[in-house]
Ligand binder design. Structure first.
Ligand SMILES: Cc1cc2nc3c(=O)[nH]c(=O)nc-3n(C[C@H](O)[C@H](O)[C@H](O)COP(=O)(O)OP(=O)(O)OC[C@H]3O[C@@H](n4cnc5c(N)ncnc54)[C@H](O)[C@@H]3O)c2cc1C
Length: 445
């Protein structure tokens, strides 16, 4: 069974119980299931939470998910383990993923999973999109930002605001990995202050002339289509009401790509700079068409909570993964005649970390449920981002310490995770800005 057939089956038809059992065969049974066997009155549909399972990355856990999600997760895990992990060093050297792989992951049905079918996506629920993100984290988030930036950050703008012809022009090809997407908000002189951007577009007859520059753009150099945030009304009473989103295609005259920036971490994930020099765009390049002119800031405010929760989702899963690799490490590493895992101080550190991860997991799953039901507010999404990104960085740092000198070596997953996790409190809106958003709600009258 090829992976994309599974994806189709999950989203287009009910899965028969017999199919599920055949797919589940061979998967490790958790302690929860063993206990449940003996407890006759407990509903068999109740799923264990990760704190009750043998491993924090176990499949078949968490009450927010279903067996359909488990199938999707199993497929994604297999694909990422077999196809992503072996390529990591080459991609880290190149600073990006090669185009052939984009087509491969697209053909496997693992892009645009949470994009509506009417817009040209797979039509999975938000939880399915989270499964994709978490599974990237369970292979150490090697290229998660690349594909998350495409599927979970850029595609939602096209999905939610694109016109029918914009959907047809971009979404199916992006879902197949034939076109790469990026979103460009940040500028060299303005990141946190989105309303302070200088990139602007001026109307010229039916066209718009775009000028300015952007920086730190995930997939920016490779992208075939970039959602560009620009000021379109310099005289707007409120700056927020004078901003629009443009779809700018690669190769448009005046649109120049700069360097792939060298980063501290996430080295296989491309981050670039973009320049717009009198780029002439037709009015059909306004995302959502003319009726969305000057509504770009509103679109950003609607979509940023999804990006921020996505960061919380990834950070929590990343901490779970590194916790499990550390658990294995301390069991086999010998010191003073026995394994590290026999030392009580080490055991207590592991206990504290598990508690931190599992309490975060409970909140993040609550947020995923809220997002799935369309009820997640901006303030709660900001809390998810702050809490999970801080927690993950602290846990990964502690795990690195437990690895001793080997934790500082690139060949160990924890070394990569340490530098990669440092970005989460910064991007997607820094954690200081998240505090601003949460505080605004607290003191609002
Ligand atoms: C790897 C990576 C990938 C990225 N991908 C993208 C992308 O695809 N698209 C995109 O548009 N952007 C992207 N970004 C940019 C990212 O979102 C910004 O870096 C982030 O929003 C912070 O903006 P800044 O870097 O300009 O920092 P600044 O705004 O200059 O902030 C500097 C510091 O000041 C603090 N600060 C600023 N304002 C306040 C305030 N009011 N109160 C308290 N403290 C404050 C900040 O918290 C921060 O610590 C990416 C960044 C990185 C590192």
């Amino acid at each position: 069974m090829s992976i994309n057939i599974s994806t189709r089956r999950i989203f287009s038809a009910k899965i028969k119980v017999c199919q599920l059992f055949s797919v589940s065969r061979g998967v490790k049974t958790s302690r929860f299931y063993r206990i449940q066997h003996d407890v006759k009155h407990t509903s068999p549909s109740r799923r264990p939470e990760p704190s009750q399972a043998d491993s924090l990355t176990e499949i078949g856990v968490r009450s927010i998910f279903s067996e359909e999600h488990d199938i999707l997760r199993r497929n994604a895990r297999k694909f990422y383990t077999e196809e992503v992990v072996p390529n990591r060093e080459r991609w880290e050297k190149d600073g990006r993923v090669d185009r052939e792989f984009w087509k491969k992951i697209g053909a496997a049905g693992l892009l645009g999973v949470g994009t509506r079918a009417e817009a040209g996506g797979w039509g999975g629920d938000y939880k399915s999109a989270c499964v994709m993100e978490e599974e990237h984290a369970y292979v150490n988030w090697l290229v998660g930002a690349t594909f998350g930036g495409h599927s979970e950050v850029t595609l939602p703008y096209l999905d939610n605001y694109g016109t029918k012809s914009q959907h047809e022009q971009f979404v199916p090809q992006m879902v197949r990995g034939e076109k790469i997407g990026a979103i460009a908000m940040t500028e060299p002189s303005s990141g946190s202050d989105l309303q302070g951007i200088k990139t602007h577009a001026k109307q010229d007859g039916d066209d718009w002339i775009l000028n300015g520059s952007k920086v730190f753009i995930t997939n920016g150099i490779s992208a075939d289509v970039t959602v560009v945030v620009a000021v379109t009304d310099l005289n707007a009473k409120h700056k927020a009401r004078g901003i629009s989103l443009f779809l700018v295609e690669d190769g448009t005259p005046g649109f120049n790509k700069g360097r792939i920036l060298k980063k501290l971490g996430m080295r296989a994930s491309e981050t670039g700079e973009l320049f717009f020099d009198d780029v002439r765009l037709p009015k059909s390049a306004i995302l959502g068409g003319e009726e969305r002119l000057n509504q770009g800031f509103y679109c950003l405010m609607q979509q940023l909570p999804r990006e921020r929760l996505g960061i919380g989702v990834v950070c929590t899963a990343h901490a779970e993964y590194i916790f499990e690799t550390t658990r294995e490490y301390i069991k086999q590493r010998k010191a003073f005649g026995s394994s590290l895992s026999k030392l009580q101080t080490v055991q207590h550190r592991m206990a504290e970390m598990k508690t931190k991860i599992c309490t975060t997991r409970a909140f993040i799953d609550q947020c995923i449920q809220l997002m799935d039901e369309g009820r997640l507010d901006a303030s709660t999404a900001s809390m998810a981002k702050i809490w999970a990104s801080d927690m993950a960085f602290k846990v990964i740092n502690e795990c690195l310490q437990l690895h001793g000198g080997w934790g500082y070596m690139w060949e160990y997953p924890v070394a990569r995770a340490f530098v990669d996790s440092r970005v989460a409190p910064i991007y997607g809106g820094s954690n200081d800005i998240m505090n601003e958003l949460i505080a605004r709600d607290i003191v609002a009258e």
